[in-house]
Design a protein around this ligand. Structure first.
Ligand SMILES: CC(C)(COP(=O)(O)OP(=O)(O)OC[C@H]1O[C@@H](n2cnc3c(N)ncnc32)[C@H](O)[C@@H]1OP(=O)(O)O)[C@@H](O)C(=O)NCCC(=O)NCCS
Length: 157
């Protein structure tokens, strides 16, 4: 476990791009998330340990791309792309990022939060269940490129 006080979680800034891309890759995705953050459509959170970016999660509160999510989870924000660097996994960083994301969303007045997860991503599903997320009653969502289960948490509990 990484001690609570050893992990700092904060909003990403454009100046963090080089570190994020260097550690976690995907320049295009981070550029897109930072652009959306600048437009007030979401927030990219970064977990830092001693100046190293070790994990990220994107909080998205613009309407979902998938029509069934817009229909069944109207105005419910989504957590996207939770990722912890492989060398820092299984030490509580993913749980910390989730808790911080939930606290920030609750602070913005949201009552629920949702996310999509591949049905065979057992580490992630185990983490989400442990943190109180439940699979929604609708079928898994199929898109042109993948299929995922939707999990939802009530932030008021
Ligand atoms: C999923 C992920 C974010 C978890 O991050 P993490 O920092 O390792 O998670 P934590 O250390 O906070 O783990 C908390 C709980 O999650 C579950 N978990 C995490 N990794 C696991 C693994 N490899 N196998 C089984 N359960 C696992 C366990 O229940 C764990 O509790 P425990 O430590 O008491 O057993 C990380 O594995 C990751 O980045 N995976 C690749 C990207 C990804 O799949 N993201 C999710 C997209 S939906």
């Amino acid at each position: 476990m990484v001690g609570e006080s050893d992990v700092d979680i904060g909003s990403a800034t454009p100046g963090d791009m080089a570190e994020l891309v260097g550690v976690l890759g995907d320049a295009e995705m981070f550029a897109d998330q930072l652009r959306r953050q600048a437009e007030g459509l979401g927030q990219l959170l970064v977990a830092w340990v001693g100046g190293l970016a070790v994990g990220v999660v994107y909080l998205r509160w613009e309407p979902a791309d998938e029509p069934e999510i817009r229909r069944h989870l109207h105005a419910v924000p989504l957590l996207r792309h939770l990722e912890v660097h492989p060398e820092w996994r299984k030490r509580g960083v993913g749980s910390r990022l989730l808790r911080e994301a939930e606290a920030r969303l609750a602070g913005r007045g949201f009552r629920r939060v949702a996310l999509g997860v591949a049905p065979d991503n057992f580490p992630a599903i185990s983490l989400y269940r442990k943190q109180g997320y439940e699979k929604w009653p609708q079928p898994d969502v199929k898109t042109a490129i993948d299929e995922f289960s939707v999990m939802v948490k009530d932030l008021r509990r």
